[in-house]
Design a protein around this ligand. Structure first.
Ligand code: ADE
Ligand code: ZN
Length: 318
C-alpha cells in the first residue's frame, strides 16, 4: 500500500524503541535492566502485565533529553520509511524519573528540534503527553500541568494509557479539564481491556478520540453514539492480536466498527513489542478483509480530520 500516504495517530514513543537501541543505551550507561530480551534479542513478555513491566524496564534507560531526542530521530525515520507523512507520539513524562516540569522543558526542547528537522524531511509529528493510569491521578496531574505549560507547539495533546483495569477514568477528570483548558486535543485508552462502559467513561471526559476502543463493538447503542459524534478510534489491530485481546486478524472487530459508521484509523501502538510495522498492519488488513486503496485512503482522511495539529498542517496533509 505504498501509494497511500499514511497517518499514524497512536504510537508510543517509548514503546517504539527498538530493542537494539535500548540494549545499546543500557550498555553505554552500564545499567542492568534484567532479562527483558529473548534469545533473538526481541522484547520478551507474556501477557499484558508482563508487557508493562518489560516496557517500564526498557524505558528506565531513557534518562535525559539527549536519549529522548535520539530515540525520536530513529522513530520518525522509521515512520517515514513506512510511508507515513504524519505521526502523533505518546510521550510519557511519568517514565524516566517523574514529571518535573522544569526538566521536561529541556526534554521537549530537544525533541522539538528533532521533530522540526524531520518535518523538513517530509515527516511531520506532534506529541501527546500521556499519563499512566496505574501510576494514579496525582502523577497524572503533574503530566497534565506539564502538557498545559508546554501546549501550543509540538505538544498538541494529552492522553492516558497504562493498565485499563486499574482505577476509574473519572479519577483523572481534573487532568483532562486542565489539558482541555490549555487547548490540547484529548484522547484516552479505553475499550481495549475493558468493555463498552469504559468507552462511555472516556467519552464523558470529553475526548475526541479513543485509543483502541474496539470493545465498543459489543454495544450497538454505543456504536451509534460514536458514529453520530464522529469520535475517531485509534485502532491498533496488530497490538490487539499480539496481546491476545482478539484471537486473530480475521476476528478483529475493525471491519464491523467501520461498517457501523464509526471512524476507524490504523496505528501500531508499540511496533517492536508486537513485531509489527505500519506497512504490515495495512497488509494484514488487506489480507483479512480485502481492503484496498479506497478503504485505506478513507481511513487516512479520517485520521487527518482527527489529528491534533494546527489547521495549516491539516490542510497540507490532505
Ligand atoms: N502503553 C503502551 N502500550 C499500551 C497499550 N496497548 N495499552 C495501554 N497502555 C499502553
Ligand atoms: Zn497505546
Amino acid at each position: 500500500m505504498k501509494s497511500v500516504k499514511k497517518i499514524e495517530l497512536h504510537l508510543h514513543l517509548e514503546g517504539a524503541a527498538p530493542p537494539g537501541f535500548i540494549r545499546a543505551l543500557a550498555a553505554e550507561k552500564q545499567r542492568d535492566i534484567g532479562g527483558i530480551f529473548d534469545a533473538r534479542g526481541a522484547y520478551a513478555y507474556r501477557g499484558f502485565d508482563e508487557f508493562l513491566r518489560v516496557y517500564e524496564a526498557a524505558t528506565s534507560v531513557l534518562t535525559g533529553p539527549r536519549d529522548y531526542a535520539r530515540l525520536l530521530a530513529e522513530v520518525l525515520a522509521e515512520c517515514a520509511e513506512q510511508g507515513a507523512i504524519y505521526a502523533e507520539l505518546f510521550v510519557s513524562p511519568e517514565f524516566c524519573g517523574g514529571a518535573e516540569l522544569s526538566a521536561w522543558r529541556d526534554y521537549l526542547a530537544a525533541m522539538e528540534e528533532v521533530a522540526a528537522a524531520a518535518e523538513r524531511d517530509g515527516i511531520a509529528s506532534r506529541a501527546i503527553l500521556t499519563a499512566i493510569r496505574h501510576f494514579g491521578p496525582e502523577r497524572a496531574r503533574r503530566t497534565a500541568l506539564c502538557a498545559a505549560e508546554t501546549a501550543g507547539g509540538w505538544v498538541a495533546g494529552f492522553g492516558i494509557g497504562g493498565a485499563e483495569n486499574v482505577g476509574e477514568l473519572r479519577d483523572f477528570a481534573w487532568s483532562f479539564d486542565c489539558a482541555r483548558e490549555a487547548g490540547l486535543g484529548l484522547t484516552a485508552h479505553a475499550g481495549e481491556w475493558r468493555g463498552p462502559e469504559s468507552v462511555r467513561d472516556a467519552l464523558s471526559l470529553g475526548v475526541a478520540r479513543i485509543g483502541h476502543g474496539i470493545r465498543a463493538v459489543e454495544d450497538p447503542a454505543l456504536l451509534r453514539d460514536l458514529a453520530e459524534r464522529g469520535t475517531t478510534l485509534e485502532v491498533c489491530p496488530g497490538s490487539n492480536v499480539a496481546l491476545g485481546i482478539v484471537p486473530s486478524w480475521s476476528a478483529h472487530p475493525i471491519a464491523r466498527l467501520a461498517d457501523a459508521g464509526v471512524r476507524v484509523t490504523v496505528s501500531t501502538d508499540d511496533p517492536p513489542f508486537f513485531h509489527t510495522s505500519l506497512s504490515r498492519e495495512y497488509q494484514m488488513l488487506a489480507d483479512a478483509f480485502g481492503w484496498a486503496e479506497d478503504e485505506f485512503r478513507q481511513m487516512n482522511l479520517w485520521a487527518v480530520d482527527a489529528a491534533f495539529c494546527d489547521e495549516t498542517t491539516r490542510t497540507r496533509l490532505r
